[in-house]
Design a protein around this ligand. Structure first.
Ligand code: SF4
Length: 195
């Protein structure tokens, strides 16, 4: 606004009429959510065959870059999305939780495939029967394996959740399941990250 056309009492006194036509207004909360959902950075974390489809989704054909998330971060401290791609063994569960604990807040989890979501066909003692026993899951992508299109649908669903959810939400600690290992005098619980 030029000095000549500026209202005498200043911009605040003039209200919205004092703004030029090329101004946008919005709440800070909406702007932060908009920026957040378009800059989600996934951690590099593939566990089994589902990870091949996850890698395909990151390639040029499916082009995750258009969602502002082209780089799979090699450090959990630079990531805020964990895509659990594949079955989670009992041995891997504490490692998965530690990686999750090292990720930035706010952070999100997509459970990719039936194995990660429920153990799938591996209904046995070696496989965790659902990764939501270890970390809180935001979106489940169904299938064996889910196609890149299914994963992208899960990512867009997560974007919608981020855009409509609470700004300062802190996720829970999972379902509180205890993982045990053999000790000298019987099974002892395995520490899951900071819990
Ligand atoms: S859901 Fe299917 S593709 Fe994915 S890890 Fe399990 S067996 Fe492999």
């Amino acid at each position: 606004m030029s000095r000549e056309t500026r209202p005498q009492g200043g911009l605040l006194d003039a209200g919205l009429e004092g703004l030029s036509h090329n101004f946008l207004t919005g709440t800070l909360e909406e702007l932060v959510k908009w920026a957040r959902k378009h800059s989600v950075m996934p951690a590099t974390f593939g566990l089994a065959c589902c990870a091949i489809e996850m890698m395909a989704a990151g390639g040029p054909h499916y082009d995750l870059a258009r969602y502002g998330m082209e780089v799979f971060r090699a450090s959990p401290r630079q990531a805020d999305l964990m895509i659990v791609a594949g079955r989670v063994s009992q041995k891997m569960a504490p490692v998965l939780r530690q990686v999750y604990d090292q990720m930035m807040e706010p952070k999100w989890v997509i459970s990719m495939g039936v194995c990660a979501s429920s153990g799938g066909m591996f209904n046995n003692y070696a496989i965790v029967q659902g990764v939501d026993q270890i970390v809180p899951v935001d979106v489940y992508a169904p299938g064996c394996p889910p196609t890149p299109e299914t994963l992208m649908h899960a990512i867009l669903t997560l974007h919608h959740q981020i855009g409509t959810g609470h700004l300062t939400r802190r996720p829970g600690e999972g379902a509180g399941i205890v993982i045990e290992k053999a000790g000298p005098s019987g099974p002892v619980p395995v520490s899951l990250g900071g819990s």
